[in-house]
Design a protein around this ligand. Structure first.
Ligand code: F6P
Length: 541
């Protein structure tokens, strides 16, 4: 099929609809259609989605659903789940969903069912975790492990950190620390809080070659050896990698290396061995609940018609906002302190996946692909950047993510949090017009002149699109669903945009140049650069 996103029949129709979309305010659309909410909201299990505050109508929605059909989204989903090598530039399948599938499921890669291997790793992670928790795995001096330091970066860090933070309300079995940055202070500041004899390191790196991770891992090893000697390394270091031999060369015993496979992308990897730190912190049953939630979302995604399919709906709304309404970013606004790292996690998941310039034929594309993803936990974001979302000159679509049940037993905190969650999307949609502003100012006893002077600054134009996603509560299972929902949303968008969502060539050039510049900063090489780069090197030398 010679598929071209921007030459689809529905694409042309949506372009026309977009040019008229702002003729009516969202407020008037609600007034004119009493069933608007019913048309643009639904529930699945413990998740309620309301996208009635998006700037769409039935016609737009119909053509967005057609767009999904023209792009063959349903076939794409099957291609991914059935282990086709849809990551063609790396010649890899995309099977992270197998990491959370049942032991008796049949998931094939090159004709082999991968489920026995997946569960073997899961069980060995579980055995190791239990041994640490129960004190049968001890440090080299016979002391129990109290602190675990996970060293990794990007997909080998962001997912586990995000989950670790999200589940902080649960009791933890050991204290987790995450080190990612090659700024030595990150490691130094962590190590100075630790007792070497009680510390276990998990080196998480798919390739086991990443500069940041290997630098931190080597220093951590040096720190340990200074106190406990070389023989202690095997008792204090574990690894998670697809590169088992490199991990062994580092000094880690084979039985303490937890493997995964090329068909798991780094940013989609928290569900397997990369999640060892999550299991260490909260125990295997919690980790299994996380997997069960993601698996439920996988089944929903695979078996639900597009118009009631959460990831597909989110993907289509994003495409409407980005390609047709020309809004270039998406704010992720979770109203749960535990999810404060969720926007950062999604930045990698989404932007590394869909920040692409070529279609699958290798042609430079002219339409917009992945949006800028950013955000912050509500209400902190409200006191930082919401000014721009409400009154700035660019329109920022937003996903508001909330939870009905409180995470804390403190007073009326949660009611206040949720009042803010609801108020923000209402304000963005309705705004505040001049008449209302004038009335408000007059009620404060100001002169007509003063009211007229101040009014322009207090007007909210409204009509700013948002989706509200409301879960019953934040727990391991619902968290698994939330993460998998966004993973699949990213997949659908990439499929419709016709880009390869599972490679990441764009991160390579900078890494390569940094390797060339390093010896120059160390004074061992004199490679020619432009004058700007040369001067920066000279100053850092
Ligand atoms: O940032 C680029 C990247 O390749 C990511 O895709 C990956 O998650 C990260 O580096 C870490 O890679 P590794 O797990 O191989 O250390």
């Amino acid at each position: 099929m010679d598929y071209r996103f921007d030459q689809n029949a529905s694409y042309q129709k949506l372009e026309k609809l977009a040019s008229k979309a702002t003729q009516y305010t969202l407020k008037s659309r609600f007034a004119d259609d009493k069933d608007r909410l019913g048309k643009f909201s639904f529930e699945w299990e413990d998740i309620y989605i309301d996208f009635s505050k998006q700037v769409i109508d039935e016609d737009v929605w119909k053509h967005l659903l057609e767009l999904a059909e023209e792009a063959g989204v349903t076939e794409g989903i099957e291609a991914m789940f059935s282990g086709e090598k849809i990551n063609a530039t790396e010649n890899r399948a995309v099977l992270h969903t197998a990491l959370r599938d049942r032991k008796d499921a049949q998931r094939f890669f090159e004709g082999q069912n991968v489920m026995p291997d997946v569960h073997e790793v899961l069980e060995s992670m579980e055995n190791f975790t239990n041994a640490v928790h129960q004190g049968s795995f001890l440090g080299a001096t016979g002391e129990e492990i109290k602190d675990v330091v996970s060293i990794g970066i990007g997909g080998s860090d962001l997912g586990p950190v995000m989950v670790s933070e999200a589940l902080k309300a649960l009791p933890s079995k050991v204290k987790l620390h995450y080190v990612s940055n090659v700024d030595g202070f990150h490691l130094e500041n962590t190590l100075r809080q630790l007792e070497v004899k009680n510390t276990l390191f998990i080196i998480v790196s798919k390739t086991f070659t990443t500069q940041e991770t290997m630098t931190n891992a080597e220093y951590a090893k040096k720190w340990l050896m200074e106190s406990l000697g070389e023989d202690a390394v095997g008792q204090h270091f574990t690894a998670v990698s697809t590169n088992i031999s490199a991990a062994q060369d580092f000094g880690i015993a084979e039985k303490n290396v937890f493997g995964f496979w090329d068909w798991v992308g780094g940013r989609y990897s928290l569900w397997g061995a990369v999640g060892l730190s999550i299991m260490m912190e909260y125990g295997a049953p919690v980790f299994r609940e996380l997997l069960a939630g993601a698996r439920a979302m996988d089944e929903h995604f695979r078996n639900t018609p597009n118009n009631k399919n959460l990831p597909v709906v989110l993907a289509l709304l994003g495409i409407w906002n980005s390609n047709f309404m020309q809004h270039r970013s998406l704010a992720i606004l979770p109203y749960a302190q535990g999810l404060h790292r969720f926007p950062a996690f999604l930045q990698q998941a989404d932007m590394e996946s869909n920040g692409k310039q070529c279609n699958k034929k290798g042609e430079r594309i002219k339409y917009q692909t992945g949006p800028v993803i950013w955000g912050e936990a509500g209400t902190n974001g409200q006191h930082a950047f919401y000014q721009l979302i409400h009154q700035g000159t660019q329109i920022i679509p937003a996903d508001f993510i909330g939870f009905v049940a409180p995470m804390s037993k403190y007073g009326d905190h949660h009611q206040k949090l949720m009042a803010n969650f609801i108020a923000q999307s209402e304000a963005l949609m309705n705004g505040l017009d001049e008449a209302a502003v004038m009335k408000d100012l007059e009620a404060q006893g100001m002169s007509k002149e003063e009211c007229e002077r101040l009014a322009p600054f207090k007007i909210f134009e409204g009509n700013r699109p948002s989706t509200s996603i409301l879960f019953n509560e934040l727990n391991p299972r619902s968290l698994g669903k939330l993460i998998a929902m966004y993973e699949h949303k990213i997949f659908v968008q990439g499929w419709i945009w016709d880009v390869f969502s599972f490679d990441q060539w764009g991160v390579e050039l900078g890494k390569k140049l940094a390797k060339r510049i390093l010896p120059q900063i160390q004074g061992e090489s004199s490679f020619e650069h432009d004058s700007s780069t040369t001067e920066l090197i000279r100053r850092c030398k």
